[in-house]
Design a protein around this ligand. Structure first.
Ligand SMILES: NC(=O)C1=CN([C@@H]2O[C@H](COP(=O)(O)OP(=O)(O)OC[C@H]3O[C@@H](n4cnc5c(N)ncnc54)[C@H](OP(=O)(O)O)[C@@H]3O)[C@@H](O)[C@H]2O)C=CC1
Ligand SMILES: O=C(O)C1=N[C@H](C(=O)O)C[C@H](O)C1
Length: 233
């Protein structure tokens, strides 16, 4: 498979390594604008760029009939627009705030726990995410997906960084050293706490998930999720 990498930073380089190990070829490594790109050489594009760049990168892939996988976080105000654009233009697109198998299992566990906690008003939920100091966005995309997973199954009305209202899920975002990504969901009452936690030890799980998603989307049309790719739940 001929893969174009939009974003050749920490994730782009890790994806290159794993993709080549799986027998794929990297035909483009794009770090800035994409004016001179030859889309006809690409079977699939993988975008791990920046919050400012992701929307245009994804749109240009759809415009050129190249299936696109995006893991870039921090651009979700434009997500619905891209979904509509992809459907109108019969493109192929997968976004995931986190491509690792472990986090996608964690998302299922989070939803299951939220359903059990729905009527237990003595417990207040909160989220914590810890990442490396170069991360541009806060809270992390993964923390937002976790919050949305809880909101879908409880009476919480939204989430907020730090100091949440009574009906909001508080998210604490910490930036420490080179931390690849740690997410904790905590339910606390006056007598005890229940915590579930996912810790990434490195970026390999994210990168492998993105390459598997790229292999899966080839030949398909539509907007998909990692739940489709991994056949979870
Ligand atoms: N969904 C998931 O599983 C995961 C998502 N992420 C997300 O992926 C994104 C990238 O993460 P990471 O690799 O760590 O970040 P890096 O900062 O290491 O890499 C981002 C790269 O994008 C480049 N870039 C800037 N502008 C453009 C553009 N217009 N088109 C293409 N590339 C561009 C940057 O180049 P330059 O340095 O020259 O500006 C840089 O090389 C982040 O949003 C992060 O949150 C990260 C890990 C897992
Ligand atoms: O920026 C990162 O590094 C990561 N970003 C994603 C996020 O915002 O959730 C996924 C992972 O946690 C690493």
């Amino acid at each position: 498979m001929k893969i174009a990498l939009f974003g050749y930073g920490k994730m782009g380089k890790m994806i290159e390594r794993l993709a080549v190990e799986r027998g794929h070829e990297i035909v483009a490594k794009i770090d800035v604008g994409n004016e001179a790109l030859d889309f006809s050489k690409m079977d699939v594009a993988i975008d791990f760029s920046t919050p400012d760049a992701a929307y245009e990168n994804i749109k240009s892939c759809i415009d050129n009939n190249v299936p696109v996988i995006s893991g870039t976080t921090g651009w979700l105000s434009k997500f619905d627009t891209i979904v509509d654009y992809c459907e109108e233009n019969e493109g192929a697109f997968i976004y995931a705030s986190n491509f690792s198998l472990g986090v996608n299992i964690f998302f299922e566990l989070n939803a299951y726990l939220a359903k059990m906690m729905k009527n237990l008003s003595q417990y207040k939920v909160s989220l914590e995410e810890i990442h490396h100091t170069q991360k541009l966005d806060a809270p992390s995309g993964t923390a937002i997906t976790l919050a949305e997973g809880i909101i879908a199954h409880t009476d919480y009305n939204g989430w907020k960084l730090d100091e949440p209202g009574d009906d909001q899920i508080g998210i604490s975002a910490k930036r420490i050293g080179d931390t690849p990504g740690t997410h904790t969901v905590d339910y606390t009452s006056s007598v005890d706490s229940i915590e579930i936690k996912h810790t990434a030890h490195n970026r390999k799980g994210f990168a492998l998930g993105a390459v598997i998603a790229a292999e899966w989307i080839l030949g398909k049309t539509g907007v998909f999720t990692m739940k489709d790719v991994l056949n979870l739940g």
